[in-house]
Ligand binder design. Sequence first.
Ligand SMILES: *Cc1c(COP(=O)(O)O)cnc(C)c1O
Length: 421
Amino acid sequence: MEAFKEKVWLSSPTMHGDELRYVTEAIEKNWVSTVGENLTELERLAKEYIGCGSAVALSSGTAALHLAVKLAGEKLYGQAQTGHGILNGHKVFCSDMTFDATVNPVAYEGGEAVFIDSEYETWNMDPEALEKAFGIYPDVKLVVLANLYGTPAKLDEIRDVCQKHNALLVEDAAESLGATYRRIQTGNFGLYNAISFNGNKIITGSSGGMLLTDDREAADKARKWSTQSREAAPWYQHEELGYNYRMSNIIAGIVRGQFGYLEEHIRQKKEIYTRYKEGFKDLPVKMNPYIEGEMEPNFWLSCLVIDKEAMCQQVRGEKESLYVPEKSKSCPTQILEKLTEHNAEGRPIWKPMHLQPVYRMNPFITRNGSGRARSNAYIDTGVVADVGADIFARGLCLPSDNKMTEEQQKAIIGIVRSCFG
Ligand SMILES: *Cc1c(COP(=O)(O)O)cnc(C)c1O
């Protein structure tokens, strides 16, 4: 098969026209700064759709997570001392297999992330490992959890563990906007929650994010922090540290225009997932899993994981990867290379945080307790549990762009199949 003439993307923005109308309106009326109708309307739309009490539009999902963590920190530990973050050395339990934006705000605030291993049923934080972590670190009071690739975590179980140990939950729903768990929208499960409108998310403003909460006072505080913490005074009066985190009314216009298409995007993404699942049903691979009846993902990215027996040998260093081709077997490196050759974009699974050099000193807790696997050999032989490292080794994200045609997808399925030839 020849390479695609036009690149098939992992997940690229899809504009519909309404975005341009709202942006044009804002420019024509000169509401281009950080106030205006697009912002007000977007916050209203988000509250209504997600069903939360307050929504604060911010410059990014990372900014939203930072303010969420800061709000939680202030509630738990009081105001920060000068020169220290609000978390000031306190440990925080965090999702391990996720984008680093989930956990970086803990470090911004001087906290120490303790990474909690994932489970195989949703690829999210394992409630059992979390329980184990509270056994080891009983003083921890904050949990930061992400819903990976649009699939909700076992949110009730996680919430139960948090409640049992009197810990606050921050939910990173950046990838899962529109996904539901027991019919409730994600972005509602923590005390403070974040969503993102980054360019490759299910809907986008080119950038942007939101803090969601039912705590009205906290939302007002975040809104104030996001605009440099100006006090009500005739001059620039500051009683606390501020940030330049507010979303602009232009970006808000794009997101506002996208919001009406969220359901359509989810439908398209689900069709993509279903077609992959059908196309791979006789291959030694599984799609990224979810618990039917309990949750409805937004299917942001379709991923696959290769059965252990069907993995050819693959070795990954810090920046390079090698594999040994083998008949009827494959590995993520081979599939990703083949996709690139054909002008299609795949991606490895998020490399777990406990394997990242920047977080090499942070604790990592699995179902079996504390410990890091030094190589995948330890996992394969069952010496240590490390679900994240295992999924990272055997999994990958497939092209999941909602503008991908059925024909293109058929060709991609063919490319993947050829790797197992
Ligand atoms: C995209 C993403 C973020 C960060 O959002 P930005 O808007 O890019 O700052 C945070 N967490 C997860 C899990 C994400 O995928």
